[in-house]
Design a binder for this molecule. Structure first.
Ligand code: GDP
Length: 296
């Protein structure tokens, strides 16, 4: 699981604090220095770390930690709350169209986990008694359509495809019509990824966006890529008005910094976290639960 390194570092800082009957300003500074280093090592964005530490210190001093009987616990509680806020505060729910279908557009770089996540999300919706449709909009990667069809069969969710000779914009448009005609209430559009962000990719995504007017534009980012994941999110967000981020591969041996920085840098909430290759390894992202997990 990601964050292992961070969790270990933080627990050692906290166990020192916990034992203290009194925490001086110097103790607080020392603890915050260590927290700062731990976050930087976990690949959390530098500016985010700086602001985070400043906020924790301000709150700790404001709450007169020194006078508390359990000053260490008060500080840990403050770190927990600030970390939760940093990751978005509360769970950001998936949008729902006033009139079905709700259209969800999946975007991201190749290999981030878009196709897999589309199926995971479809499964999640299906479990909530919805009737999703997956749309094979990635016509460039040779195996992408097949991959989505195989996943669709596995979870018994229909897949809309027009092969690889029709433009993704037209595929998306017709898919939404198909959903309306067939009483399907969620449309999940898997779009093409590239190895790097390029203009053609953005242009196509913008056209799909303008055509189907999605209720959600979810950017799928690979948490294993650390700061890069945050940079990718930032550039997509500047061009595409993302409504949410899905962090994938949080099960890996990652440093987890992306989960902590992405909301603060982009202003875009993390809506889901993927923690494995299996089809049910997707969960709604709960900042407070993630903060507790990180703090161990
Ligand atoms: P796409 O190019 O963005 O559509 O990426 P894919 O959906 O094809 O995923 C790329 C690879 O990442 C596949 O091997 C997936 O099984 C794997 N993958 C996706 N999500 C996760 C995850 O949460 N954890 C792990 N460990 N692997 C994942």
């Amino acid at each position: 699981m990601a964050f292992e390194g961070l969790t270990n570092r933080l627990s050692s800082v906290f166990s020192k604090l916990r034992g203290k009957g009194k925490v001086s300003e110097e103790d607080l500074n020392e603890a915050m220095r260590e927290v700062r280093l731990a976050l930087l090592e976990a690949d959390v964005n530098f500016k985010v770390v700086k602001e985070f530490i400043a906020k924790v210190k301000e709150r700790a001093l404001g709450q007169e930690v020194e006078k508390s009987f359990t000053p260490g616990m008060v500080i840990i509680d403050i770190v927990n709350k600030e970390l939760t806020d940093l990751m978005g505060g509360t769970n950001a729910k998936l949008a729902k169209a006033n009139k079905p279908p709700t259209v969800i557009m999946m975007a991201g770089l190749q290999g981030a986990g878009k196709t897999t996540t589309s199926a995971k999300l479809a499964k999640l919706l299906q479990k909530q008694n919805h009737r999703p449709l997956m749309v094979a909009g990635d016509i460039y990667r040779p195996a992408a359509i097949k991959q989505l069809q195989v996943l669709g069969e596995q979870i018994k969710v229909p897949v809309f495809t027009l092969g690889d000779q029709t433009s993704p914009v037209e595929i998306a448009r017709q898919a939404v019509e198909h959903a309306k005609d067939n009483g399907l209430d969620y449309v999940i559009i898997d779009t093409a990824g590239r190895l790097h962000i390029d203009e053609q990719l953005m242009e196509e995504l913008k056209q799909i966006h303008a055509t189907v007017k999605p209720d959600e534009v979810l950017l799928v980012v690979d948490a294993m890529t650390g700061q890069d994941a945050v940079n990718v999110a930032d550039s997509f967000n500047k061009q595409l008005e993302l409504t949410g981020v899905v962090l994938t591969k949080l099960d890996g041996d990652t440093r987890g910094g992306a989960a902590i920085s992405v909301k603060a840098v982009t202003g875009c909430p993390i809506k889901f976290a993927a923690l494995g290759e299996k089809i049910d390894a997707l969960e709604p992202f709960h900042p407070e639960r993630m903060a507790s997990r990180i703090l161990g």
